[in-house]
Design a protein around this ligand. Structure first.
Ligand code: FMN
Length: 184
């Protein structure tokens, strides 16, 4: 039950405060990600990141996002890009589960952030081709998975009206009876 409570503490804010994330906290986020399960223990994730203070690099990350994400993600303290490795490192055969496993590691990272009292917000809203170019990714080997904004949740009043409403609305989930079934 305690884990369920920790899971419910995680959310995806769009308003971030100025409070800093320490290097130690960041390292622990990545350690949490590393303990996610993965097919054949391949751990097919790579994380790139930029702190807001590192203007030039941070701007590179921001430039890959769609406008609707740039508006709020620019206020995050750190931006992370999770990248998936498509093939098994040992024998170079395709790994059908790499995206699944990067999602799992991102979730572990998100839960650790919530446990620290800050949050992350994952984004699929980015330009894939531009990201591949900006980060010089080998398309045969890697796929950008999600950008992840990191920071302490801030005051929703700084957000435009539509985002403020989303930020302050009640979070909902399907009832388990809607997806736990005897047959589909
Ligand atoms: C793979 C993935 C992609 C997402 N892409 C975006 C995005 O581009 N922009 C955005 O504002 N939120 C994005 N989200 C956040 C979801 O909208 C959010 O997780 C969902 O509404 C549930 O809210 P919660 O995380 O606060 O529980 C994404 C989440 C995931 C897991």
């Amino acid at each position: 039950m305690e884990i369920l409570n920790a899971i419910k503490k995680r959310r995806s804010p769009r308003a971030f405060s100025e409070e800093k994330i320490t290097d130690e906290q960041l390292d622990i986020l990545f350690q949490a990600a590393s303990w996610a399960p993965s097919a054949r223990n391949e751990q097919p994730w790579i994380y790139l990141y930029a702190r807001k203070e590192n203007n030039e690099l941070f701007e590179k990350f921001i430039s890959c996002l769609v406008d609707a994400n740039q508006i709020w993600a620019k206020n995050a303290q750190i931006l992370i890009l999770s990248v998936g490795r498509k093939k098994y490192e040992k024998n170079k055969s395709p790994n059908a589960y790499f995206l699944h496993d990067v999602g799992a590691s991102n979730s572990y990272l998100a839960l650790q952030a919530a446990e620290f009292g800050f949050q992350v917000h994952q984004m699929a809203g980015f330009d894939t081709e531009k990201t591949i170019e900006v980060f010089n990714l080998d398309k045969e080997e890697f796929i950008p998975n999600t950008f992840i904004a990191v920071g302490y949740a801030g005051n929703p009043d700084v957000l435009p009206e539509n985002l403020r409403v989303a930020e302050t609305s009640k979070r909902t989930r399907k009832n388990t009876t809607e997806f736990v079934k005897n047959k589909i």
